[in-house]
Design a protein around this ligand. Structure first.
Ligand code: FUL
Length: 482
């Protein structure tokens, strides 16, 4: 019998022969996130823990002259902190290991202004150890805040203080396991105890601390740590403490525009800049209470679940991460009112943003990169963050339509760019089909890692995303409807 040989030249186009034609992947649009920044974006929500002598003196900024004996919590139940955070969807905690007052929550061998001279556990306690152990046991990442400004130290402002500060970083970074984020606070109010001199000390922040050398030292101990400061280098401040990232929020920014004593940069920190040279995403730090530390007088001012949900929308929902502060009380636990608020917040997230109506929905795109199945519209509803819809190079305006099996009431639209190849989109419109015609239901500028749009509820089976501006071919990894 004659053998039938199917040779490739008989095929009309390679794809018909079962050999997928390879479409070139989109080229990156720089800057792009580092691997550790990409992993950081996926954390989305984590907690700040402000705890120190201030908790017992009822202050926000300790002067540095506190008697360490005032630090005397009934207990320090870091397992309670971790359990509450875990149950309510938080991914990490960042502890104030030393605030501006200089009191260390671990028994540092370089100072007496420390938990080691407090009555708590007869001076044998270590809050940093308890918190880091509890975090890891609960599957949360652990981060540290170590205030550069130190109102207790006699030598603050002179070179020996920098050595002191670095010695403390060595203690922290070699004793308490992996630290995912290091929070450098730029605040400096000037006056302080300073070893009893009770004076005002001004330093030149950029020059005095020699940050490049300090960061190098920390990275030599823990290469994967992310540095937060007003201007990065890994994560930037969002420019306010009220929980609001810019509705336009670029992950890119040019660090040179932030330094040099420039005033009025909070707006820039809030939005980033489309032409920024470095990937430095914004982190939204905000407290569940008016203050950062626990004050009984604020028990009635804890943010409600609804307020926390709105903050979630203006932080995570605008492509930032949310660092929500929950301060332990004088018993060393999260106050019941705060716990109830967190539980209520989690309930709202579950009710409003969990049941994705677009899961596996049919998708039609106006343009698909190389007509390739690798980049087609279906990639935005496949639940896989590593796949994405992409257009051909040069096509920066395109539509993608999601068709649901039946009409549903939609209140939120969630969009995600595939940011590993850079943030691209600068304008978009979302439309719903109602009575046979398309109606605009939301517009926006940037999308970034995640954008959540609260819309006036609409009942429809068809939603269309129109990309109206993009630096290059738009790459959308996810579209969800709730
Ligand atoms: C500020 C500090 O002065 C506050 O006390 C608080 O720690 C906040 C997170 O950062 O700069």
């Amino acid at each position: 019998m004659k053998k039938i040989v199917v040779s490739s030249f008989l095929c009309i186009g390679l794809s018909l022969c079962g050999i997928a034609q390879k479409t070139a992947p989109p080229a990156p649009v720089y800057p792009v996130p580092s691997a550790r920044q990409l992993a950081w974006h996926q954390l989305e929500t984590y907690a700040f823990i402000h705890f120190t002598t201030n908790t017992f003196t009822d202050k926000e900024w300790g002067f540095g002259d506190e008697d360490p004996k005032i630090f005397n919590p009934l207990k320090v139940d870091a397992d309670q902190w971790a359990a509450v955070l875990k149950q309510t969807g938080f991914k990490a905690m960042i502890l104030t290991t030393k605030h501006h007052d200089g009191f260390t929550l671990w028994p540092s061998k370089y100072t007496d202004h420390s938990v080691k001279n407090s009555p708590w556990k007869n001076g044998k306690g270590d809050v940093v150890k308890e918190a880091s152990d509890a975090a890891r046991k609960a599957g949360l990442k652990f981060g540290v805040y170590l205030s550069p400004w130190d109102r207790n130290r006699a030598d603050y402002g002179s070179p020996s203080y920098i050595t002191y500060y670095r010695n403390q970083l060595k203690e922290l970074f070699t004793t308490y396991g992996p630290i995912f984020e290091m929070w450098f606070d730029g605040a400096n109010g000037g006056d302080g105890y300073y070893g009893g001199t009770n004076e005002k000390r001004k330093i030149n922040g950029a020059a005095y601390y020699d940050w490049p050398a300090t960061l190098k030292l920390v990275r030599s101990m823990q290469p994967n740590v992310l540095f937060f400061s007003d201007a990065g280098p890994d994560i930037r401040w969002v420019g306010n403490e009220s929980g609001v990232a810019g509705a336009t929020n670029w992950n890119s920014i040019t660090p040179d525009t932030l330094y040099a004593g420039k005033a009025g940069i909070t707006g820039l920190l809030n939005t980033g800049s489309a032409d920024g040279t470095k990937w430095i995403p914004a982190e939204v730090d905000v407290s569940i209470r008016p203050g950062w530390f626990y004050h009984a007088s604020e028990d009635s001012k804890v943010k409600t679940p609804e307020q926390l949900f709105n903050i979630y929308l203006t932080s995570v929902g605008r492509g930032s991460n949310l660092l929500l502060n929950i301060p332990p009380d004088r018993n060393g636990v999260f106050h019941p009112t705060d716990v109830a608020a967190l539980e209520g917040f989690k309930k709202l997230l579950d009710e409003r943003l969990t049941h994705n109506l677009a899961k596996q929905a049919r998708v039609k795109a106006s343009n698909v990169r190389g007509h390739s199945a690798v980049y087609n519209g279906a990639k935005i509803t496949d639940g896989d963050r590593n796949t994405y819809w992409a257009t051909d190079d040069g096509v920066t305006k395109a539509d993608v339509e999601v068709q649901l099996p039946a009409a549903k009431k939609i209140s939120y639209v969630l969009l995600q760019e595939y940011i590993a190849l850079g943030q691209r989109i600068s304008g978009f419109v979302v439309e719903a089909q109602e009575g046979g015609s398309w109606k605009e239901i939301a517009t926006g500028t940037t999308i970034g890692y995640k954008r959540i749009l609260k819309i006036d509820p609409v009942v429809t089976s068809r939603i269309r995303l129109r990309i109206t501006g993009s630096k290059a071919a738009p790459l959308i990894s996810n579209l969800a409807l709730y």
